[in-house]
Design a protein around this ligand. Structure first.
Ligand code: ARG
Length: 467
C-alpha cells in the first residue's frame, strides 16, 4: 500500500533499470495480467521459438544462443503443461514469467530473445494465434450443429407444423423447413468465422514497440513459421489493432443471438401447452418440489449466455473507442472478454447440438396445431385467384368472410360444406377442398426456398454438399 513499504521492494528485473523501487502492492494488482493471460503460454512459446530461429538465421543472435533459447522454451512448455511451473504475479504477465524462467534455466542467452521485439508485438501475436485457433474450433462446432440440424430436417422434411408470425399461427410449414432456417443462420455464422480467419491471418511479430526495428529481421520468415499468410504492413496499426478480437466477439454475439432464438423456441415448444417437442432427460432437469416438472434448463442457459457474450463485445468496443495509437495498457483488458465469450459460445453450441440430436419431435401435436387457427386461409385465397380469376384483394376479402363463418360455426375451413362456401362466393367448387388441408398447403409451396417437402429436400442436399 502507499505506506512507503514499496521503497524497499526490488525494482522489476525486466525493465527496472530506471526504477529505484518496485511497485506499490495495489499497482502490482491492477497491473498484473498473469491470472488470465497464462492461457496464452503455448502461443507465447511458439512465437518466441519462431522469433529466436529467425534472429539466428539473420545472424542477429548466434546459433548457439538460439539452441539454448529453444531448448529452454521447450522445457518451460513441459513445465507448464505438467503443472510444475510457478507463475508469479510480480512478473506481471505470461511474457515476463516465461522470460524470467528462461533466464534461470539458460542464463544470459535468455536476455537475447527480446532483441528486435517488444511485448506489444508479442502480445498481439499471442492473442491473434489464440483467437485464430478459437475461430477454427468455432467453425468445427458450427459444422457439428449444422449437421445435427440436417439430420433432423431430413427425418422431418414432411412433418407438418404451424408456421408463425407474431407467434400467431400463420401458414403450415414443415418442421424440416423450420430446421433448415437455422441451418441458414448457423451457416452464415460459419461463413463469418471463415472470413475472420482470413482477415486476421497476418503476423504482427516484428512490429516491435510500434515503429519496427533497425535489426535486419525477416518478418516473412516468422510469418511463415507461425502459419500466417503474410506479415502485417503497418507497425503502428499492428500494435494498436484489436479488430481480430472485436470480430471474434461480434461473430460470437450474432451466433449467440441465433442460439438464443432457438433456445427460446425450445422453451416454448417443450411446454405442455405447445407440446411440440420433448427434451431428452440428458438435457433437462427436474424440480426439487414439483415432481411432474421437466425443465429446459440447458436451453434457458444458452439463452442467457447471450447476455454475457453481448456484454463482452460492448466491453471491448468501449475499451478501444478512445485509445490513441499505438499501444495503451487499456488493451490488456481485451483478453478476459474474449476468453469468457469463447468459453460461453463453445458451451452453448455444444449444448444446443446435444439438444437437437436428442429431442423427440411430437409430429401428432404439430399436425394438430398446424390445422388450427385457419392456417390454410391463404391457400383458399390463392385458389380463388387461380381457379375463379378473382383479384387477390377480392379473394382476401371473400376468404375473410369464410373464416368468419367457420369461426361462427366453430369449425375448420375444411369442415364447411360446399353449399355454405357458395353462399359467400358462387364461383367456389368442390375442388377447393383439395387445398384446404395442411398437407396440400405445404405440398403446394414449391417456390424456390419454399416449404414443400420436395423443396426442403433440395435445400438439405445443397447444404449436405457444403457441410
Ligand atoms: N500484459 C500486456 C497486455 O496484455 C502485455 C503488453 C505490455 N506492453 C507494455 N508496453 N506494457 O497488453
Amino acid at each position: 500500500m502507499a505506506d512507503g513499504s514499496s521503497e524497499t521492494k526490488s525494482s522489476n528485473q525486466m525493465w527496472g533499470g530506471r526504477f529505484a523501487s518496485g511497485p506499490d502492492a495495489i499497482m502490482e494488482e491492477i497491473n498484473a495480467s498473469i491470472g488470465f493471460d497464462k492461457k496464452l503460454y503455448a502461443q507465447d512459446i511458439r512465437g518466441s521459438i519462431a522469433h529466436a530461429t529467425m534472429l539466428a538465421h539473420q545472424g542477429i543472435i548466434s546459433a548457439e544462443d538460439k539452441d539454448k533459447i529453444v531448448h529452454g522454451l521447450d522445457t518451460i512448455l513441459s513445465e507448464i503443461e505438467s503443472g510444475t511451473f510457478e507463475f508469479s504475479r510480480r512478473l506481471e504477465d505470461i511474457h515476463m514469467n516465461i522470460e524470467a524462467r528462461l533466464a534461470t534455466l539458460i542464463g544470459p542467452a535468455a536476455g537475447r530473445l527480446h532483441t528486435a521485439r517488444s511485448r506489444n508485438d508479442q502480445v498481439a501475436l499471442d492473442f491473434r494465434l489464440w483467437v485464430k485457433e478459437e475461430l477454427r474450433k468455432t467453425e468445427e462446432a458450427l459444422t457439428g450443429l449444422i449437421s445435427a440440424f440436417l439430420d433432423r430436417a431430413e427425418e422431418h422434411a414432411g412433418t407438418v407444423m404451424p408456421g408463425f408470425t407474431h407467434l400467431q399461427t400463420a401458414q403450415p410449414v414443415t418442421f424440416g423447413h423450420h430446421c433448415m432456417a437455422y441451418v441458414e443462420m448457423f451457416g452464415r455464422d460459419r461463413a463469418r468465422v471463415r472470413h475472420a480467419i482470413e482477415h486476421l491471418d497476418e503476423s504482427p511479430i516484428g512490429a516491435a514497440a510500434l515503429a519496427g526495428t533497425g535489426f535486419p529481421i525477416d518478418r516473412h520468415m516468422t510469418a511463415k513459421a507461425l502459419g500466417f499468410r503474410e506479415p502485417t504492413r503497418n507497425s503502428i496499426d499492428t500494435v494498436s489493432d484489436r479488430d481480430f478480437a472485436l470480430e471474434f466477439l461480434s461473430i460470437a454475439a450474432i451466433a449467440a443471438t441465433h442460439l438464443s432464438r432457438l433456445a427460446e423456441e425450445i422453451v416454448i415448444w417443450s411446454t405442455p401447452q405447445f407440446g411440440f417437442i420433448r427434451l431428452s432427460d440428458a438435457f433437462s432437469t427436474g424440480s426439487s418440489i414439483m415432481p411432474q416438472k421437466k425443465n429446459p434448463d440447458a436451453a434457458e442457459l444458452v439463452r442467457a449466455k447471450t447476455g454475457r457474450i453481448n456484454g463482452s463485445l460492448i466491453a471491448l468496443l468501449t475499451v478501444m473507442k478512445g485509445l490513441p495509437l499505438a499501444y495503451s495498457k487499456d488493451m490488456q483488458e481485451d483478453k478476459e472478454q474474449v476468453f469468457d465469450a469463447a468459453e460461453s459460445l463453445e458451451l452453448a453450441i455444444a449444448a444446443m447440438t446435444g439438444m437437437i440430436r436428442d429431442v423427440t419431435v411430437r409430429a401428432d401435436r404439430m399436425r394438430a396445431a398446424a390445422g388450427s387457427g385457419y392456417s390454410t386461409a391463404t391457400d383458399l385465397a390463392d385458389w380463388l385467384v387461380r381457379e375463379a380469376g378473382l383479384p387477390f384483394r377480392d379473394a382476401h376479402h371473400v376468404t375473410g368472410r369464410v373464416v368468419a363463418l367457420a369461426e361462427q360455426k366453430r369449425c375448420d375451413l375444411a369442415d364447411l360444406s360446399l353449399a355454405e362456401l357458395q353462399t359467400i362466393n358462387s364461383a367456389i367448387t368442390d375442388k377447393v377442398f383439395d387445398v384446404l388441408t395442411v398437407e396440400a398447403s405445404v405440398a403446394s409451396r414449391t417456390s424456390f426456398g419454399g416449404t414443400a417437402p420436395a423443396e426442403v429436400r433440395k435445400q438439405i442436399a445443397w447444404w449436405r454438399a457444403r457441410n
